[in-house]
Design a protein around this ligand. Structure first.
Ligand code: ADP
Ligand code: MG
Length: 477
């Protein structure tokens, strides 16, 4: 809307928009600007005219108009007389609701995208750390026979794998896509692990307090669901913690799995203090706790979310002074026949392998593993140097990191392929890879995500053996 007003705020000219919006189609001439804009009887206390005159620049005023439920920006342009006094002014009013919304959205998007970038960078670094932890644990397991040590290493390995799964969640967050429940999860195995992991709470702590908490585990065979094992582990841990909290004088915690047509059920039963009806009603509310400062009230709300995501059902049965049973039910799946890797682990050849990664510990871990299997391993943290060596000497396989200073794994792969097309290139990366077919085409033969298990590496080597064999057969035909 554009209006021209004189010094006493009377409108002397107005454009069509102003007439339509403020004057309901009638001319505004003769009316005061503060009447038509604000329905006020006096000039506005925040009139931008004076600010504009004082400052010598146009100072816009942003106003929210309740009549239209929209934001308007008002600007005053003074028109000067010959004696340099303000004779009249142009009032320019613009609806800025849409552009404000866009601005807000874009600043929100910027924040989210910064967050995503930070978290995916952190995730990448953690994957490198976990690669070394997992690798060294796997190497140690091959050398140790002491059962206690082996058990400890198993636990370290499991925790590192849990960490890797958490990192994957961060990566999923920064790369939004529908979460798929892609793993076959053995609930019996998870229950046994969780009972073990929570041991400090039910065994050690209860011994200190001189009470007895006895877990009884009753597991039917074949309890498999589709899901995310670390989520399920998390949910079961929360449920068991609550059961132990509910038995300050000791008691029995029994965990029972069962298969019924198409479903599997898990019951966690404690002989604790139980809950009133009101507590049962609020048990899944975030921040609801009866434990004062000792609780945060987030356990069961998290459990609820996890069970729902797994298309499961959760029910709570409780009686004050008798105990509580948390009943879970999930759609069952048949266990997939064991994945191919174990069939193909026995390699009949040894390879000459070149490893390139800017993380020395990762190189060393991979090298120890591969040399142990009899492969000839050369390593380098500098991709340029590596390229030079590879051009002069034959290597069956090049294992390269994706992101490295100077030259990326993809560029490196392309250069190697141009020199030696038969060299097999394995890309290892801690990024959530979303490579397009054209990135990989003719450059990368295999991709392995960090952190990796040695089984995965071995499986890839056996695939390479098979592939090279086929190529050779073709050549001799
Ligand atoms: P928190 O454990 O931090 O209090 P939760 O969400 O895990 O939070 O549980 C919420 C509340 O539900 C608990 O404070 C407790 O009152 C009740 N509750 C959960 N499980 C049990 C149980 N097995 N026996 C008795 N009360 C329970
Ligand atoms: Mg809890």
């Amino acid at each position: 809307m554009i209006m021209v007003c004189d010094r006493d705020y009377s409108i002397t000219l107005s454009n069509n928009s102003a007439n339509i919006i403020l004057g309901a189609g009638e001319s505004l001439i003769g009316q005061k600007c503060y009447q038509v804009l604000r329905q006020a009887g006096n000039p506005c206390f925040d009139c931008p005219l004076q600010d504009t005159i004082n400052s010598g620049t146009i100072i816009p005023l942003v106003k929210f108009d309740e009549r239209y439920n929209e934001y308007f920006e008002e600007r005053c342009f003074p028109i000067m007389a010959a004696d340099n006094t303000v004779k009249s002014f142009i009032l320019y009013v613009k609806n800025i609701t849409k552009s404000r919304e866009l601005e807000e959205k874009s600043s929100q998007m910027k924040k989210l995208s910064a967050l995503g970038q930070i978290s995916s960078g952190v995730a990448h670094d953690f994957n490198n750390v976990l690669t070394v932890v997992l690798g060294r644990v796997q190497l140690m397991k091959k050398q140790i026979s002491d059962p206690y040590m082996l058990k400890s290493l198993d636990m370290i390995e499991k925790s590192a794998l849990d960490g890797a799964s958490k990192v994957r969640k961060i990566q999923e967050f920064s790369r939004p896509h529908s979460k798929t429940l892609s793993q076959t999860v053995n609930l019996n195995e998870i229950i046994e692990e969780v009972v073990e992991i929570t041991r400090p709470k039910w065994d050690v702590a209860s011994k200190i307090r001189g009470i007895l908490i006895e877990p009884i585990v009753d597991l039917q065979p074949d309890i498999f669901i589709m899901g995310d094992s670390s989520d399920i582990r998390n949910a079961f841990t929360n449920i068991i913690f609550n059961a132990i909290d509910a038995m300050p004088n000791g008691g029995v915690l029994s965990v029972k799995t069962q298969r019924t047509d198409g479903y599997v059920t898990v019951d966690f039963k404690d002989t604790g203090i139980g809950m009133t009806e009101e507590t049962v009603e609020r048990i899944f509310d975030p921040f609801f706790t009866t434990k004062g400062v000792l609780g945060n009230g987030l356990g069961m709300s998290e459990v609820y979310g996890i069970i729902k995501r797994h298309n499961g059902k959760i029910a709570v049965q409780s009686e004050v002074g008798v105990g509580t049973t948390i009943k879970l039910r999930f759609p069952a799946v048949r266990q997939k026949t064991a994945a191919a890797p174990s069939d193909r682990l026995d390699l009949t050849v040894t390879f000459s392998i070149y490893i390139i990664d800017d993380e020395e510990y990762i190189i060393e871990t991979l090298k120890d593993f591969l040399s142990d299997l009899g492969h000839h391993v050369t390593t380098n943290t500098d991709p340029e140097e590596a390229l030079d060596e590879i051009s002069k000497q034959h290597f069956d396989i090049v294992i390269t990191d994706l992101g490295m200073p100077g030259i990326s794994g993809l560029e490196l792969a392309e250069k190697i392929k141009a020199l030696k097309s038969e060299t097999q290139i394995v890309l290892i990366s801690g990024w959530a890879l979303n490579l397009k077919a054209k990135d990989i085409e003719n450059r990368i033969d295999f991709i392995i995500n960090k952190p990796f298990s040695f089984e995965k590496i071995n499986y890839t080597l056996s695939e390479i053996e098979e592939k090279l064999l086929k190529i050779r057969q073709k050549q001799t035909q």
